[in-house]
Ligand binder design. Structure first.
Ligand code: MG
Length: 246
């Protein structure tokens, strides 16, 4: 049976990992897919699951014409409900967690700012750090982990391809998929997820099937039920055609 919904990562899947232009023609084809899915009910609706800030995910959600299913933003902090124009923060995040986010952000600005590290704008319950020299950025991870331990800040510090993410340790794309399932009532048996990096494997554990575009990391390709022959969004379109045949 084809999946009822597809939960898809953005960077490295629907858009390039770098700041290159997005493939607007392919995104228009995905919007066409979603309009048909909603109107005809003949294929799964594609929604999003991303580490990007909520406004970025909300814009992408509207661009791909998903007007129906919640989208996951900021590595699981937010569910954006396009049908109701509502945003729901993970309810387990308290004021003291937000205080820790602000404390970490101040620390990073003070200690890492002079080293050329910038804080990605738009995050609300996490801190994402960038430096143009990725190897140098990676070398700062142990320092951040030590600071979090010393100050008892409850963060998981991890390196993505280009950024350091400091996420509240009890929030992830995986916990958000569980919230998504509770809200939509769509069972995990009817879900397909698409991702390209190791951070997406927590989503893999929450759904029935997992697929990736050709550019995915080796570890991710090994755990996928289907690996597309093409990279990024062309690979995602290939995955969607495969999903229809299930
Ligand atoms: Mg990605």
């Amino acid at each position: 049976m084809p999946p009822a919904a597809v939960i898809c990562d953005i960077d490295g899947c629907l858009a390039p990992e770098t700041s290159e232009a997005m493939d607007a023609d392919a995104l228009a084809r995905l919007a066409h897919w979603n309009r048909n899915a909603i109107r005809e009910g003949d294929r799964p609706i594609v929604t999003l699951c991303s580490g990007r800030p909520e406004p970025f995910v909300e814009a992408m959600c509207r661009l791909i014409a998903n007007t129906r299913l919640p989208a996951i933003a900021e590595n699981g902090v937010w569910l954006y409900m396009p049908d109701a124009n509502r945003y729901e923060r993970d309810p387990s995040i308290t004021q003291s967690h937000l205080d820790a986010v602000h404390a970490l952000e101040s620390w990073a600005r003070r200690e890492l700012g002079p080293r050329g590290v910038t804080i990605q704008p738009g995050k609300s319950c996490s801190v994402t750090l960038y430096h143009e020299d990725t190897a140098y950025l990676r070398s700062l991870v142990p320092m951040l982990q030590t600071a979090c331990r010393a100050c008892a800040w409850p963060f998981r510090v991890s390196m993505t391809l280009l950024y350091i993410n400091c996420d509240l340790a009890f929030v992830s794309k995986g916990t958000a998929v569980r919230r998504w399932i509770a809200r939509t009532g769509i069972d995990r048996a009817h879900l397909l997820a698409i991702g390209d990096t190791a951070g997406d494997l927590v989503v893999r554990d929450e759904v029935a099937r997992f697929a990736c575009p050709a550019n995915a990391q080796e570890r991710v390709r090994e755990q996928a039920d289907f690996v597309a022959g093409k990279p990024e969004i062309e690979g995602v379109m290939e995955i969607l055609e495969w999903a229809r045949t299930l």
